[in-house]
Design a protein around this ligand. Structure first.
Ligand code: GLN
Length: 451
């Protein structure tokens, strides 16, 4: 049924980069065979999932949305991919994304434009916009994403679905094409909170292949999503995430969500996190710095594209020609920003300063979580914007992640859940719920109570 749905609507939505219908049916039959052989499979066995094209997959191409990886077939599965297969999920295909996960609209993909199913002239969010569009368009019931600065929560918010950024280190980065290694966090998309919890539970947990993986019991997210009550819970409204720059319809739905929490028995208080205002500039030094280092591996020798290798040119010339042709404009912008921020003489002033701001933001969270159990805010300041509107304005694009970035800088758990439609455009609005590191169960508990 999902393959039929993809065939019917994906020409217009553009969520997928790769679908192999025969391969999908073969995976489904293999799950039946495992069940017939008496294997105990988890609750998601046989359920289809759309997989972001940033996760390596042995039997499917992996491009990370970049021309530089066109045609690359990874020799191994990411840990998340392997765990999806072990749990018996059926991978429908690979979804479109901003090149190397850099963007908030999926317009930076080297391959295609993905359209928001609510209004095809609008963006589906990014960078995991293929995954959010696939779930919102009923092409898949579940999808994976990665969230480095908001790339699960923001696309979930603007397509009216649920998306979670687990605690950093709670879900493995092994086999994910790296963007900013201290921030990259894989997580789930679904159409309701319990489904998202089941998917997170299926693929998360300690992985010795990831040096930053946390060796602790997984937070009980499924139980929390089933519990779905907030009576007695202390909820903090982040004072700094309001005011100018927030679309009126977003602010109105957010205010109603807070009232709903109160009516369900939560104690709501206003909380100040003064350093959150500096999260965006700190992120745009740290993330490009790490990206410039991570992307050095695309050297025309080891992966994918190679340009100008005519026997007469030096390795350096081939490398330069390949990187010039293979990387898109946003990726080049990030590499240049990051290389500059890391260069000697500027390192302390930019990268070092950004790391200090990161510590201040961690302290803001710590102080806040002495007073409250969870924090809430709008997920993103506006609803889905028109395709093309911010494509030539990086600053406007970066603002889409204003509210999501603090949790990436500190590793906190966070989730976006739909909270209604904005009056002015009828488009979905997301409520963001944030909890301390390893308290992922709290964001699911609150999300399930208000959905
Ligand atoms: N939009 C942000 C960026 O471009 C975040 C992307 C992400 O979370 N992968 O860096």
């Amino acid at each position: 049924a999902h393959l039929d749905r993809i065939a019917a609507v994906d020409g217009a939505v553009g969520a997928f980069l790769h679908v192999d219908a025969e391969g999908v049916l073969a995976q489904a039959r293999a799950v039946d065979d495992r069940r017939a052989a008496g294997e105990e499979l988890g609750p998601l066995a046989g359920v289809p999932v759309a997989h972001k094209d940033v996760f390596t997959t042995r039997d499917m191409p992996t491009t990370a949305g970049s021309k530089i990886l066109e045609g690359w077939r990874p020799p191994y599965d990411a840990t998340i991919t392997r765990r999806l297969r072990e749990a018996g999920l059926v991978i429908l295909g690979k979804t479109n994304m901003d090149e190397f996960a850099m963007g908030s609209s999926t317009e930076n993909s080297a391959y295609r434009t993905t359209h928001n199913p609510w209004d095809l002239a609008r963006i589906p969010g990014g960078s995991s916009g293929g995954s959010s569009a696939a779930v919102a368009a009923y092409e898949a019931p579940l999808a994976t994403g990665t969230d480095t600065g908001g790339s699960i929560r923001q696309p979930a918010a603007v397509t009216g679905i649920v998306g979670a950024k687990p605690t950093y280190g709670g879900s493995s980065r092994y086999g994910i094409v790296a963007f900013a290694s201290s921030l990259d966090t894989p997580g789930p998309f679904a159409r309701n909170v319990l489904d998202a919890a089941l998917l997170q539970d299926a693929f998360s947990g300690h992985d010795p292949m990831d040096s930053t993986s946390i060796d602790r019991p997984k937070p009980p997210v499924v139980e929390a999503a089933r519990r779905a009550d907030v009576a007695g819970l202390r909820v903090g409204v982040v004072k700094e995430f309001a005011g100018d720059g927030y679309q009126p319809g977003v602010s109105a739905r957010f205010a109603e969500a807070v009232e709903l929490l109160e009516s369900l028995g939560a104690k709501v208080v206003e909380v100040s996190c003064p350093n959150f205002a500096h999260a965006l500039p700190a992120y745009y030094l740290i993330a490009p710095s790490e990206a410039s280092s991570n992307l050095a591996r695309f050297d025309a020798m080891r992966y994918g594209l190679r340009v100008g290798d005519d026997g007469a040119r030096s390795a350096e010339e081939v490398m330069a020609l390949t990187r010039a042709a293979g990387f898109g404009p946003e990726v080049k912008r990030r590499i240049m920003l990051g290389t500059y921020a890391l260069s000697s003489g500027y390192y302390d002033a930019y990268y070092g300063k950004a790391q200090q701001v990161r510590t201040l933001i961690t302290r803001d969270f710590e102080r806040a979580f002495e007073q409250v159990d969870v924090l809430v805010s709008p997920t993103t300041p506006t609803t889905a914007f028109p395709i093309g509107e911010r494509a030539d304005d990086p600053m406007a694009m970066y603002l889409a992640d204003l509210c999501t970035i603090p949790s990436n800088l500190t590793g906190n758990a966070a989730l976006s859940v739909p909270c209604g439609l904005a009056d002015e455009d009828g488009l979905p609005v997301g409520l963001q719920i944030m909890a301390p590191v390893l308290a992922d169960d709290r964001v699911y508990r609150v999300g399930a109570a208000v959905e």
